[in-house]
Design a binder for this molecule. Sequence first.
Ligand code: UD1
Length: 425
Amino acid sequence: MSSIKVVGGEQLKGELKIQGSKNAALPIIAATVLNKGITTLKNCPKILDVLHMIKILEELGCKTKWQGNTLFVDSSVITSPSVSEESVRKMRSSILYLGALLGRCHEVTIAYPGGCSIGKRPIDYHLNAMTKMNVTEEFLNDGEIIHCYTNEIVGNDIFLEFPSVGATQNVILAAALSQGTTRIFNAAREPEVTELCSYLQEAGARISGKGTAYIQVEGVKELHDVTFTLMPDRIVAGTYMTAIAATYGDAVLTDFPVGKLDAVIRILRKAGCSIETYENNVRVYCQKKLQPIEFIKTQPYPGFPTDMQSQMMTVLCLADGKSTIAEEIFESRYQNVEELRKMGAEISLESSENKAIITGVGRLHGTVVKSHDLRGGAALVVAGLAAEGTTIVQGATSIERGYEDICRDLSALGANIRYCSENAS
Ligand code: UD1
């Protein structure tokens, strides 16, 4: 496992293109199995999670090929509708093959995903919805394996208790080739759900209400070949915005998902950053001392994204005063707190309310820290950029799950950063 070595103190400057979206790519890669033919995905990020989804496609019998950032998937033949325990353990998003394989094969065997470092993450909404759509579920191996089958997926009304991104996507995937109409109430409105709907519509699915809390899917008999360009990654874009803010830099991010990061832009502006948005670009510059934010709460879209919580915490560690963050989506997403404390941050946790109170220290200092999860790791890299001295972020593989090459990107903006071996210091 590799580490990332950052020598802090460089103000980020220049221009950088944002990679394609991870959270759009993953459900769309699962969705390719619904088409008995060829799908071409442009602007697909070459990140570990995508490579993992592709490995599952190949285990299912599909053929895949890369050309630059274009991914070709040939799903003409599925040899076995089963996703191994190892695959699900490696990446929870493998569960998106539940709806997709039910749609294509009317059957799927998939391991039951456990919790992960950011929380318990159950899949009860996914399974309850499938049951309502005429799917039978059997639990094998003491509940570790789920076997689902149906003679026909039948559309139904699905009320989600919480607007879960994955559950909304699984229902859409299962409903695309069903009999009848599925209506999803309290659907997730995340742009990546909209992107899945757009992809499926271009492949011939009948979907209305994308981007709203009420999505309707009218089942069709089959989908057809399609070429689709994935949207830029809003969380990668947001991460690099926090990196520019934390280093008091001045840089332009191109291919930026304008209009999809408003909650983050609003908070960064409140913290004293200047942000100019253009059609596909954004300029971020920060000349004044960073200001604290009285209260930030993570929420489903269009609220402040949980996937930006750790990076924003790093910025607030550098602000002139006290800020509070409340994590409302995942219960264990404060593992960075201990790591940031090693760098001199002052953060206290009110675990009963899942709140972090951050007292800005003005400057962090470099040391050895550990990445516990994808966004937490990226947030530690941002802390390293702003810190005095050298920071080693161990466990960089977790960062590679979602960032094509964080060292390449931040070096392009003038950062002193590179991958190194795990024991480097
Ligand atoms: C997706 C994103 C992830 C993001 C999250 C919230 C992908 C690949 N991942 O994850 O980056 O942080 O949305 O924006 O797109 N829940 C249940 N039962 C269920 C499903 C979810 O209780 O059946 C709970 C979860 O534990 C969590 C909340 O609902 O507390 C939200 O989870 P969900 O929106 O489903 O997140 P994911 O789709 O896993």
